[in-house]
Design a binder for this molecule. Structure first.
Ligand code: 13P
Ligand code: SF4
Length: 303
């Protein structure tokens, strides 16, 4: 069996032979983040995918992220190490359900969180990530009726910030749903004075109990710029690897060690090596869906 270092070396050699760029989400295992060319949040990864001139993109994240990369690069090969790494929240709304909702609200603009399928994006006017949602949604006039899918928490958070009312789809992230305000209070008691950062996918009472509501990229920026030496983090625990690596002089504590996204953890060094070695599993999006979904993604990237 190869050691971790040997596996990483083999992955880097395969990547250069294939002309591949490896992108990893902030929630991936530490060793996958370390071997990747770039680690970031959903928006940063979409921007990287849009900019790359690599022949092959290997996407270590969940399926909708790789689909977004494919939609932005229809002529390039996009691979995922494990095609079963999906996002349960993205699967909580279908294109058919969204079409029915749009029919009930004919004057509404349809907005999707990037955590959605390509088919759902194809039905939307624009998409958002947690890193740009406030900025994107502020471009709509206050009187514009909005349907927001699938995350009721991110949608509710942005509606609250902008003082607006949206029609929210009742989707949510099961991983972030496990975080509680009680766990935040307990973490504060253990680390008095440490600021608490949570992801906007958390429930309202959890968001209210925190000091900052940030995308994973926003958390990395906060950690860099804050004078705080101890920071409490309420999101998927994979991000702790990056926070600790980039800020060795600071201490990071999870609100709960159990905030783990099982799908993100499906990306391993072993299946990443197989992915590059055998050029599997290729992500495909039908041309019709891709063209329509791209309009929503481009509209977001243009802001
Ligand atoms: P970010 O865009 O903040 O990285 O979030 C992605 C995600 O899936 C959060 O659960
Ligand atoms: Fe989806 Fe939640 Fe996992 Fe993010 S953490 S990929 S929203 S299930």
């Amino acid at each position: 069996m190869l050691s971790e270092e040997e596996l990483k070396q083999e992955i880097r050699e395969l990547a250069s032979r294939r002309g591949a760029v490896i992108l990893a989400h902030n929630y991936c295992r530490g060793e996958v983040q370390d071997v990747a060319d770039f680690t970031g949040d959903s928006l940063e990864l979409a921007r990287k995918a849009a900019e790359t001139d690599a022949d092959v993109i290997v996407f270590c994240g969940v399926y909708f992220m790789a689909e977004t990369a494919k939609i932005l690069n229809p002529s390039r090969t996009v691979l995922v190490p494990d095609p079963s790494a999906g996002c349960p929240m993205a699967d909580m709304v279908t294109a058919e359900q969204l079409r029915a909702l749009k029919a009930e609200h004919p004057n509404a603009k349809a907005v999707c969180y990037v955590n959605s399928t390509a088919e759902v994006k194809a039905e939307c006017d624009i998409c958002v990530t947690s890193g740009n949602a406030e900025r994107v949604m502020a471009t709509f006039p206050p009187e514009q009726e909005i349907i927001f899918v699938p995350d009721k928490h991110l949608g509710g958070h942005i509606a609250g910030l902008l003082g607006r009312t949206y029609t929210l789809w009742p989707g949510y992230c099961p991983t972030h749903a496990s975080l509680t305000a009680k766990a935040i209070a307990e973490a504060r008691a253990l680390h008095p004075g440490a600021p608490v950062l949570v992801h906007p996918e958390c429930a309202r009472d959890v968001r209210d109990a925190a000091d900052e509501r940030l995308s994973t990229g926003g958390m990395c920026k906060y950690a860099r710029e804050s004078a705080a030496k101890e920071i409490i983090v309420g999101t998927e625990t994979g991000i702790l690897h990056r926070l600790r690596k980039e800020n060795p002089e600071k201490q990071f504590f999870p609100v709960s060690e159990r905030t783990v996204c099982p799908n993100m953890k499906k990306n391993t060094l072993e299946n990443l090596r197989t992915s590059l070695g055998e050029m599997v599993t290729e992500v495909t999006v039908s041309e019709d869906v891709s063209v329509r979904a791209r309009r929503a993604i481009d509209a977001m990237l243009a802001i």
